[in-house]
Design a binder for this molecule. Structure first.
Ligand code: ST9
Length: 622
């Protein structure tokens, strides 16, 4: 039986009943894809995910790839290869790439819905299969030569990687030392060592296109210090004919020189990648092309990073959702103890769903999984707006800014909440059995931990959220979001059943705003011309807190907005399963508000009391 338990009903609820995606499907840039087709795609991806992609989930963990230093290879297990081939053969990857490179124009909200299903079933399949998405970045930023490369990447279903990190340049990408020197023929030679490169080696594809950040040497106006001095190069594993895409049979001098031994997600090869080292492989130079022939590497790479951050959050949330549904199934069957209201020693034993603390735990899992699914799809709906505007030759700056604001919440909040709840609630529901490999949860916990780390740790997401997405944006996107929440608060929808939750949300929104205001004041007071620069330390002690607080507020709002829709539907539905579904939506929203929002006031008190005592403490006292 499949480890993966999907929640297609809830995905469709968000897409069609709350976000009205049927209105943008079948028209404009998505004319070829109507709502019925979208539902068919979702149903088929759901089936493939549960039946085929999930089939190799456990085997890939127990028999992970082994790096062979004599050949610089790390083949994946056969079962995983079979699942990967099934996914690529299905053709649904084409939704990730625009029509210009051979993909299918689809709204982001549909793409991320399919992503949830694949990522929940077997996440590395989505990652190894992301070449078509990478090709869209190459196409968008590229010269005619690069655009042809992008097409070839899709035609031949090559893999692709994002190559930023180095042993001494992790969060601080700008410390990277990998360099690039220009050849007479216009190509570049890359030399250096990169680390933690996902999907840099496998036997899944004919070729891999590495998107590499390196510092050009001897170029006026480029190659300076920090991230702005980095340029982005396309460096293939094997050389190929630029017209036909046929491999020439020559190896490029980029080799995997180690594969990390990780706590989880082991089938996803995390590689050390060595460029142009005469001692490695055949000692060939590592040749590449400058993307777009412009030195704008970090901005180009962030087009990949933004999607990868969305992917990581979605992966975490997909795992929590399946973790919850596995825990629920177990709890409904596991008989243990008597009902608390029947203290007799001979009282009949009941399933653990009768116990209050188990019910609390199940609702924590359900409400967070559903809240964060709605967060992913709400964020994706802003990406739809960006796509629609682009198709009309417009720029929708508000949609871009709100999407930018939400991304660190999806990634940072989504991964932190998911991994914590998987460990403390989903696994816990199984009691001691949760610790065993007989159930998938222990692997979920191990596989999900990485989501708080890669693509920018939670601390990086918190800094990005406050300094870039709020301060640099002058609060415009946050103001818009707060405005949407206020409109909801002023609305009376929900037959009075959401009145108390609305009041809790109103207070939480006020407290969250106060934290932002407080941090902003500290930031102003850190201006050295008028204040003490060390006040910025106080701001930085609150950035991760703010990310989590706003995450809670936005998630509560999204759940309550869904509950309003559910309450309307409850007036008309007749089928028992529909009634249960909508009652569940209302209950999850009320529970989430009641159990989480009052904590925002405490977070406000903590945030406002932050001083610099931890910064004054001598290191030796730690
Ligand atoms: C990794 C691999 O961890 C993980 C596995 C990935 C799996 C691969 C699969 C990929 C799948 C892809 C998904 C496919 C789905 C398809 C769906 C299709 C719909 N936003 O603040 P400054 C830029 S890889 C945008 O001064 P510092 C901007 O250009 C390793 N741009 O930064 C800016 O200039 P300006 C991951 C941003 O102090 C410039 O950077 N590593 C953003 O120099 C400089 O900004 C990391 O993530 C942004 N949010 O550097 C690194 N931020 O201001 C984490 C910056 O003029 N570290 N830019 O616009 C950081 O993010 C640091 O904050 C830093 C700091 C490096 C940016």
């Amino acid at each position: 039986m499949s480890h993966y338990k999907s929640n297609l009903r809830d995905i469709e609820f968000n897409l069609f009943e709350v976000l009205g995606r049927d209105k943008i499907l079948g028209a404009g840039p998505f004319a070829e894809l109507d709502a019925d087709t979208a539902r068919e795609i979702l149903a088929e991806v759901d089936r493939v995910a549960r039946e085929d992609l999930a089939a190799s989930f456990e085997d890939s963990d127990r028999n992970p790839p082994v790096f062979d230093p004599t050949t610089n290879t790390a083949p994946v297990p056969a079962a995983f290869k079979k699942s990967y081939d099934t996914w690529m053969d299905s053709g649904f990857w084409s939704l990730q790439a625009p029509a210009e490179v051979g993909g299918t124009a689809a709204p982001s909200s549909l793409v991320w819905s399919t992503a949830e299903l694949v990522l929940g079933a077997n996440a590395p399949i989505w990652m190894y299969g992301a070449g078509p998405f990478f090709s869209s970045v190459v196409h968008r930023n590229g010269t005619d030569r690069d655009k042809r490369i992008a097409e070839i990447m899709v035609e031949r279903l090559w893999g692709a990687t994002m190559v930023l990190t180095e042993p001494d340049a992790g969060s601080d990408v700008g410390s990277g030392r990998t360099k690039a020197t220009l050849n007479e023929d216009g190509t570049w030679n890359i030399s250096g060592v990169k680390r933690f490169i996902t999907s840099a080696e496998s036997d899944l594809q004919e070729n891999i296109m590495h998107l590499v950040l390196a510092r050009p040497e001897g170029v006026e106006g480029a190659g300076g210090p920090g991230t702005k001095g980095l340029s982005l190069f396309l460096v293939p594993k094997y050389h190929f004919d630029l017209e036909t895409g046929e491999l020439t049979g020559e190896r490029n001098g980029v080799y995997v020189t180690n594969v990390e031994h990780k706590m989880g997600i082991k089938v996803s090869n995390t590689c050390e990648l060595t460029f142009g080292d005469p001692q490695v492989g055949g000692g060939e130079p590592a040749k590449g092309w400058l993307l777009g022939e412009v030195h704008d590497g970090i901005a180009q790479m962030f087009q990949v990073i933004e999607n990868a951050r969305m992917m990581v959050g979605t992966k975490a949330i997909a795992t929590l959702s399946s973790g919850y549904l596995n825990a629920l199934e177990y709890a409904k069957q596991r008989v243990q103890g008597a009902d608390l209201t029947n203290p007799a020693k001979t009282a009949p034993r009941v399933t653990i769903t009768h116990h209050p603390d188990v019910r609390r735990s199940l609702l924590v899992q359900k409400s967070f999984a559903e809240a964060m699914r709605s967060l992913v799809l709400y964020t994706a709906s802003w990406q739809d707006q960006v796509q629609l505007a682009e198709a009309e030759g417009r720029e929708d700056q508000l949609a871009e800014a709100v999407n930018d604001l939400l991304l660190p919440i999806v990634k940072g909040y989504g991964s932190e909440r998911s991994w914590t709840i998987l460990g403390t609630e989903s696994l816990q529901t199984f009691g001691g059995s949760g610790f065993l490999q007989d159930y998938p949860i222990e692997q979920y916990v191990r596989d999900a931990k990485i989501d708080t780390l890669y693509e920018g740790t939670t601390a990086i997401q918190g800094q990005d959220f406050f300094f870039r997405k709020i301060v640099k944006n002058q609060g415009q996107a946050l103001g818009h979001l707060a405005g949407e929440i206020k409109t909801f608060l002023e609305n009376e929808g929900g037959n009075g059943r959401l009145k108390e939750s609305r009041e809790l949300l109103a207070t939480a929104l006020e407290d969250a705003n106060a934290i932002v205001g407080h941090m902003f004041n500290d930031l102003m007071a850190s201006d050295p011309s008028s204040g003490d620069i060390r006040n910025v330390y106080k701001v930085a002690q609150n950035t991760s807190r703010l990310l989590m607080v706003i995450g809670d507020v936005v998630c509560a709002w999204l759940l309550l907005r869904g509950a309003e829709v559910a309450l309307e539907k409850l007036g008309t539905v007749t089928l028992p399963q529909d009634k249960d579904f909508y009652e569940g939506k209302v209950a999850a929203a009320q529970f989430f508000a009641a159990y989480n929002l009052p904590k925002v006031s405490a977070e406000r008190a903590i945030a406002e009391a932050v001083d610099n005592s931890i910064m004054d403490l001598p290191e030796s006292a730690f």
